[in-house]
Design a protein around this ligand. Sequence first.
Ligand code: ADP
Ligand code: MG
Length: 704
Amino acid sequence: MVVLSTPLSKISGMQTRFVSKLKKLGIETVGDLIFHFPVRYEDFSRVYTIEELSAGGEATITATVESIKSRHTWKRGLFLVEAELADETGTIRATWFNQPYIKNILQPGRVANFAGKVVASKSSGEIYLSNPTYELVSEHSYHETKHTARIVPVYSETRGLTSKGLRYLIQPLLKRIPELPELFSGEILEAEDIPEINAALQSVHFPETLDEALRAKRRFAFEDLFFLQLKNILERMKLAEKNAIKIPIDIPTIKALIETLPFELTLSQKKSLWEIFQDIEKPHPMNRLLQGDVGSGKTVIAGLVAHEVAREGYQTAFMAPTEILARQHYHTFIKLFPYYENGVALLTAGESRISYGRGLESITKKAALIKEIAMGKVKIIIGTHALIQKTVAFQNLAFVIVDEQHRFGVRQRAALEQDKEIVPHFLSMSATPIPRTLSLTLFGDLDLSLITELPKNRKSIITRIVLPEDRPRTHQFIRDEVKNGRQVFVICPRIEKPEESDNTEWRELQIRSVKEEYEKLSKTIFPDLKVGMLHGKMPAAEKQTVMRAFSENTIHILVATSVIEVGVDIPNATIMMIEGSERFGLAQLHQFRGRVGRGEHQSYCLLFTDSSAATTKTRLQSLVDAKNGFELAEKDLKIRGPGEFLGEAQTGMPDLAMNAIQNPDLVKHAREVAQTIVTADRTLKKHPLIHERLNEFAKGVHWE
Ligand code: ADP
Ligand code: MG
């Protein structure tokens, strides 16, 4: 018997070459194949008569093969098959290239459906069917079509695996699998106006009408969103049942600490701070996302909370995505809280040090620092993920902050919390401007604090698209800025030029690299200025030296890859120049731009591009126009869809759900349905099917 888990290789009549091709797409079982949905549909449902055909359209006809012949076309070196087709109303020619076997199938006298493009011959003007899909039909018995005379599913095609091939495999399987059990009650199906699972599967592959196909897709999108929400809700509940250390807030101390800061907090910084404090006063773990545009001042919030936690005698771990950022945060803490004397530690793969305030800093051995952490001598520990690996044991960790790397943080936290009754409060900080529906779906298990404004004195950054002819002038402008004491970032899409080989594409070779640009800028264009280079393949110590030189302004121009994408804070840098800017996502470009405009000077973001494509122009222009990250995110979401926006790999979200996110109502309903079910049946005992599927689903959405 054929069930969903049956391997495709066990299906009789399934050719091994298909099995191996499908495997490359991750399709190994009957279930995988059945749930591999079409990306779009073509409407060949109306069968035309030959007389009705006109050039320019697509159509299906039912016709008899009158004659068929094949020949080589010497001019283009192709093998051409030509058939003469007829019905009661007339005759038409059909042509196929390089498919000689067609002659054996479409023998004269046979009747078939032909679906394809109707084109007019350039020389004679006579119309013909170009490369139509054909399907033999019997005049005497009912025959369900797959490829013609219907709404035809089109799958994303890969080498050697065509939509036609997939239809051929899927249609019979749909008939052979046993009826699938339905997850949702009749009321839910009715309320959401979505079809039952078996009907939906049939409709999604072989619909009678386009509307039917769309309703089926809606069902599967709803299902994905439902499980995402269910997972969020249950995680939220599970966390709420755990215990955390209560951190009572001492308002006078906090006020005094805020007084010592070199600036006044913005209103939303204060509000976020307050929300966090209220959370950590509770005996259950905080689980909060602090979202704020680049430069909105999230670090200081983290710092203030960490100090409050330390004052109560507990430890804070602050994790940054890179060593550069960890070091920077460490220095920020020292700078912002110079009077804190109880030890702030930096622990990364390459460095371990402790600062005791007022310039007292000791560089320790890593092992010694780890020991101090275990004994609770240091309360604030800043580092990369090295921090919460197994080797580091905290004495009494009460608070974990994860900067700019949400999913990573969640995974780490899960590792940290396994089987523990008392877990730390958790704060994730992100500048990725995620539109509301998306964040509800992705991070529905988190509470949200928003920093909605930038510090007052910020000048807005002037953004310009720079075309090749404007390069010389722009170089002069950069020189002037440096002469005035300012500094410059130059971002390139990659580290070095690829090895040139026969199949390296010309376009590939055009992409600028850090190494080449560094050579060119330091030797030819700015020989009088100090140019530095930074990329991920450099040894940690070297990166550190370069970053220090740049922060001390002994390097004027820093040529780098996206390693400086997040968080780097050099207030004296005023120009962000991005090479090959069309190669970066808008959210990423916005992050780059956020590296400047952090001090008192007017700053500039220069988007260099050699691409003259209109789409490039539109995208880059939206960066020029958008005032902040959220506005940009909404735009980008519209232009490219959520998968592109966040990077598919970053979300691990099912495609359908990703697209459905643009439908806030569906998201909302999925959430409500999930909530209703959980409220009535917390352990999902009464919903065994949903329970089982949730476990599978949680495995599938891997959050990386
Ligand atoms: P992000 O939110 O992007 O992580 P940072 O925390 O790096 O931003 O802050 C950017 C800069 O703004 C830092 O130099 C920080 O000291 C400064 N800053 C933070 N809050 C304020 C404020 N309220 N007023 C003025 N400057 C501030
Ligand atoms: Mg930051």
